[in-house]
Design a protein around this ligand. Sequence first.
Ligand code: ADP
Length: 669
Amino acid sequence: MRMGKKMKKLKWIKGYILSVLAIVLICFNIGAVTTKHKESTAIELNVKNNYNVLVISSYNEKNIRTTNNIKGLKKYFENKKDYKVNILTEFLDIKNRNDINYIDKFIRLLQVKYEKSPIDYIYTVDYEAFNILKEVVTSKESIFYQTPLIFSGVDTDTALLKSKDEYITGSVFGENIYKLFNLILYLHSNVEKINIILDESKYCNFIKDEINEVVKTHSRDDIELNFIQSNYINEIVEKISADDNALNTVNIIGGEYQYTNNEYLSSETTISVLKKCLYSPIYSIDETYLGKGIVGGYISNQEDIGTNIGKTIDKLINKQTNSINRVVTKQKEKCYIDYESIYEYDINPANLPKGIIVINRSPFELLLPKNIKYIIRLTIVWSILIVSVSFYFNISARVTRRKEKREEKLAKEREKLRSDYIINISHELRTPLNIIMNSIKLIENNIDNKNYVKSKLNNVTRNTNRLLKLVENIIQIQKIDLGVQKLSLDKCNVVEVVEEVFIAIVPYAKEKGIEVIFDTEEEEIISSIDIEKIQRVILNLLSNGIKFSKSYGKIYGNIRQLGKNVIIEIKDEGIGIPKDKLNEIFHRYYQVDSSLSRVNEGAGIGLSIVNDIIELHNGNICVDSNVGEGSRFIIKLPILKTNKQVVNLSERLNPFLNNVEIEMSDVIK
Ligand code: ADP
């Protein structure tokens, strides 16, 4: 029994669990079914995520207004994520083939072309395209029957829709013409005639009617309207008459133009052709001409129009219906003025109405009347000129002042050198003269002492020589300065010429315990030189070498040929010359130690004469030296070849040897 009860209880629990399981399963199952059902509904709802919009233009694909318009439309749909819009474009190019047959064929072609890829929306960008497509979407036979039609570039009257056309909507022209007319009157109050240049499109005919209407109802209905209308530019030009260029004439242009071969002119070309025969300002309501030479006008931006049409289509898509709650919008227009044209046609910028957009104006250009701008420019130019001139004078005054200062400094330096020189010369003159005077007195007093008299006469001779050397040098310098110092060239063996001087000074060097070594690899180097002057140079360098050497030093000489030059080198082991003085020593009157208390005698003109003589030979001299180690002078003389006879030095009367004693007079004391 107990067992039986227990069994019953278990069965009941089992049944309970099973039924709970079943309920859970059923619930899940139903849930699954419901979810599936929901999914399928969602798919059905999202089935249309790809829309075809057929854009129709009555122009051809080069028409800028159409391309800008489509650009705006495409831009609008570019970033749409929940659906895709394919924009298909067809150009009627109606101007070239405007007959019923052609239009009929075009429509039939469209039907065939889009039969398999149905069009969801049709957008007509202009007047003609709308008129044609309006017929198509209202025709029961057409595959486009009741396809939503959106339009732009149409006037209010044309767009006037019947209540049954509930699938047609779009945007109509703004008040561009009316506003442009007022703008023209505002900027050209004396205007008497307006030329209106148009092509023969329906759109241009509409403009014609509109202008007539505007003027008729305006207080300035006296203005003469001259319509110049043709599709061809040559006909337009022909129709422009002389009085169309009268002072009080203004022009309006619309449409597009062709050459006689039907090729279209670009808007720039159209304006430039017109400007050759029209000298009065041109305005437009057409974006294509803006910035291409016209003054400006009230213009609706085609890209904005395209974007707004995109918004309308977007609204239609989101409503998932073809039925349009028809709100026809007006295209917005803005007033644009070209900066360049303001001045081209003498328009007073002060008269420009508020809110206009000035194009082609660089950030630094002023929007001021021509004369004021001219005055400002003139002022700026003058200011720049004045600043530049004063700057120039300031700079040149400074340069002159600096130059003057430099010259003043140089003059002072020269003056100092000159007075130093005079002091030196006086000193150089006085010292030997004193010695001579003293020696003479001593001789007088000791006239009987033969040896004493002889030694004092030696002093007299040496110091007379010093005086002679000095006078000789002064004469040399004067000659060089006056430019009368000429070379007397002789063809000779330069080695021999130089060697002769080395031999001549040996006894003087010996007196100071200095050894003279002359060395050469060449026996003979033939050139034309002024023998006496070159010997004077060598002698001067050697006497300096001895003069500025301590006792028991050495003096080396070397001569060699190097290419087309002869190189003469004289080296001593004397006191040397400080590096910063190396260039100075060749200057006149310069002495490294110019103090009157200096050890060595000399007037500081020997090396300047040396330099002048070498330069007269077209050669050069340089020096290298280290203080305490000695100096090395290097002469470079170009070898000069002549047909003359080589001078035999040993046969020649040598006036130079007499000079050695004189030259050495301030060396050996
Ligand atoms: P000076 O009659 O004074 O010797 P120079 O024109 O011959 O005139 O030389 C100019 C100066 O150059 C000398 O006063 C001396 O200071 C320096 N000088 C020339 N030759 C030597 C040399 N061999 N060693 C050292 N100093 C020299």
